[in-house]
Design a protein around this ligand. Structure first.
Ligand code: DLL
Length: 437
C-alpha cells in the first residue's frame, strides 16, 4: 500500500521543481530568522536569492553536530516560542543532547513520514502496532506513535523493556506490527523462545526496525524468528526522528521522502559529491521544517543513493543500508573496521547467536582486538577443545575480510548484555589523549 502516491511516486522533474521551491523558502526562513545561518551565509557571501534550484544547494553552509552543541538549546529555532508544540532530544555521545523543536505543522509532517513507512506493511485501521521504542525525549516512541494515528491504526505504546509483558501483549492484543530497535527485537525473539510461544500463533506480520545500523544477517534472524517481514526505518532527531525514510516491500534500499528532505552523499574528507551509487557521508537539508530548519546537516552516516526507479512504483530515491557513522569506525592496527562488518560475518555462522561485543585496547604499541561472541545453546560447551571447531572458521573469515586478527572469546548463551534501546557493541579503551602534540 502506498500512503501518498502523489509525493512518493512523483516524476523526477516535478520533484526537482517542488524541492527547488521548498529549498528556496527554507533558505529564506533560515536567513531571516536564525542568526546562526545569516552569519554562516554572509561568511560565504551567499544570499537567499542565490538559491534558485536544488543545484544551488552546494553554495550553502554545512551544519554539524558541533554547531548544534554550540547553539544548544534553542539557537537554531526559527519561530517564536508560542509556535512550538513539542521538544525532543537525543542523548548525544558527549555532553549536551541534540534538541529538536516542532511546530504543529512539523509534527503533522513527521506523522506523515512515519505513516508512509507503516503503509509498506499495509498497516491501517484495525491493525495493532506495538511501539517498543522508548517513549520520552527519544523520538522513537512518540514519533512512531503519532505516525500510527495518521495511518488510522491502533497504538499500543508498550515502550521498551519488560520483555515478557511485551510478548504477552503481542499474543493478547493481536499485534500486527512491532516497532523496536533491531537489537531489542532480537532480545524479544529470545524471550519469546524461552516462553515457548509459537510465532505462528501470533498475528505479527511486519516489524519496523531502526535507530541503529543492522545487517542483512540480523534481518534474516528477525524474519525467521518472528515469521515477519523486517522493514528498515531511518531517521534522526535533527530532521524529526524516525521516518526520514523507510524501505518498501522489495527491501532494496530505504526510500527517502524527498518532498521533505534533500539528501546528498559527499566524500567526508573533501566534502565533494561522490559518484552516484558510491558510499559517502549522508548530508540532509530539511525542506519543510518550520521550527528548526536545517541546512546541509552532516549526519556522519555512511551510505549511498540510488535514483533508479523502484519496482514498487515509488520514485523516491533509495538510500543503501547505513554502514555506520563515521565516528563508529574503529581503526585497529591501522585498518578501518565498522562493527557492522563484524556483525555481517558473525551472522553467516548459524552456530553463533547474533550477539557480540568488541573490546579494543592498546598494549605497548600494539592494538588489541577482543571479540566476545555466544554459541547457541545446542552448540555451547565450556570445554575450550569443543569450542575450537566453531572459533576457527569465524576467525579465518574475519581475518580474510578485515586483515586483523581477533582474540575470539566464546561466552555462554544469553550472557552478552542485551539492550532495550540502541545496542552498544564496542568498548574502545585506548587513550587517544596523548596522540596529538
Ligand atoms: O534514532 C530516530 C529513529 C528512531 C530512527 C526510531 C528510526 C527508528 P537519533 O537518536 O537522533 O534518532 O539517532 C539518529 O541513528 O544518524 C543513524 O546513525 C542511526 N540510525 C537511525 N535509524 C537508522 C537505521 C533516531 N535505520 C542516528 N539504520 C542516525 C542505521 C540508523 N542507522
Amino acid at each position: 500500500m502506498i500512503h501518498n502516491p502523489q509525493m512518493e511516486c512523483m516524476a523526477r522533474e516535478d520533484m526537482r521543481k517542488l524541492q527547488s521551491e521548498r529549498l528556496a523558502a527554507t533558505v529564506k526562513r533560515c536567513y531571516e530568522n536564525v542568526p546562526f545561518y545569516k552569519r554562516k551565509m554572509d561568511e560565504l557571501g551567499v544570499k537567499p536569492e542565490d538559491i534558485k534550484s536544488i543545484d544551488d544547494v552546494t553554495k550553502l553552509p554545512f551544519t554539524t553536530k558541533y554547531d548544534l552543541r554550540d547553539e544548544y538549546p534553542f539557537g537554531l529555532q526559527a519561530v517564536p516560542a508560542d509556535q512550538i508544540k513539542r521538544i525532543h532530544a537525543s542523548s548525544g555521545t558527549t555532553g549536551k543532547p541534540v534538541v529538536g523543536v516542532y511546530t504543529q505543522n512539523d509534527l503533522d509532517m513527521w506523522s506523515e513520514c512515519v505513516a508512509r513507512v507503516l503503509a509498506v506493511g499495509d498497516i491501517g485501521p484495525g491493525d495493532v502496532v506495538q511501539v517498543a521504542y522508548g517513549y520520552g525525549l527519544f523520538t522513537g516512541g512518540l514519533g512512531v506513535h503519532d505516525g500510527i494515528a495518521k495511518a488510522g491504526a491502533i497504538q499500543l505504546p508498550t515502550s521498551s523493556g519488560n520483555s515478557s509483558k511485551q510478548i504477552m501483549m503481542m499474543q493478547d492484543m493481536g499485534t500486527a506490527a512491532i516497532a523496536a530497535t533491531p537489537s531489542y527485537a532480537l532480545h524479544l525473539a529470545e524471550v519469546m523462545e524461552k516462553m515457548k510461544v509459537d510465532p505462528a500463533s501470533l498475528k505479527l506480520r511486519v516489524g519496523f526496525f531502526g535507530a541503529e545500523p543492522w545487517t542483512w544477517g540480523i534481518r534474516r534472524e528477525l524474519e525467521a524468528k518472528f515469521h515477519i517481514k523486517a522493514i528498515d526505518i531511518y531517521g534522526l532527531t535533527e530532521m524529526c526522528g524516525p521516518g526520514v525514510g523507510g524501505e518498501c516491500e522489495y527491501q532494496d534500499g530505504t526510500h527517502v521522502w524527498e518532498d521533505m528532505f534533500l539528501p546528498e552523499i559527499l566524500n567526508p574528507e573533501t566534502l565533494e559529491p561522490v559518484a552516484p551509487g558510491e558510499v559517502g557521508e549522508l548530508v540532509i537539508t530539511s525542506l519543510c521544517k518550520e521550527a528548526m530548519p536545517i541546512l546541509r546537516y552532516r549526519t556522519r552516516d555512511l551510505t549511498s543513493l540510488n535514483y533508479e526507479p523502484c519496482k514498487c512504483g515509488r520514485t523516491a530515491v533509495r538510500m543503501g543500508k547505513v554502514l555506520g557513522r563515521s565516528d563508529d569506525m574503529l581503526i585497529i592496527r591501522g585498518v578501518n573496521v565498522f562493527p557492522s562488518q563484524i556483525e555481517t560475518v558473525l551472522t553467516e555462522f548459524p552456530a553463533f547467536t547474533p550477539q557480540y561485543f568488541i573490546t579494543v585496547d592498546r598494549k605497548g604499541n600494539e592494538d588489541t582486538f577482543d571479540l566476545d561472541v555466544e554459541l547457541r545453546e545446542e552448540f555451547f560447551s565450556p570445554n575450550p577443545g569443543k569450542q575450537m571447531p566453531f572459533i576457527k572458521p569465524l576467525y579465518d573469515r574475519l581475518v580474510s575480510l578485515t586483515g586483523i586478527k581477533p582474540n575470539i572469546h566464546i561466552q555462554p548463551p544469553g550472557t552478552i548484555e542485551r539492550s532495550t534501546g540502541k545496542a552498544k557493541h564496542v568498548n574502545d579503551k585506548r587513550d587517544f589523549s596523548n596522540w596529538q602534540k
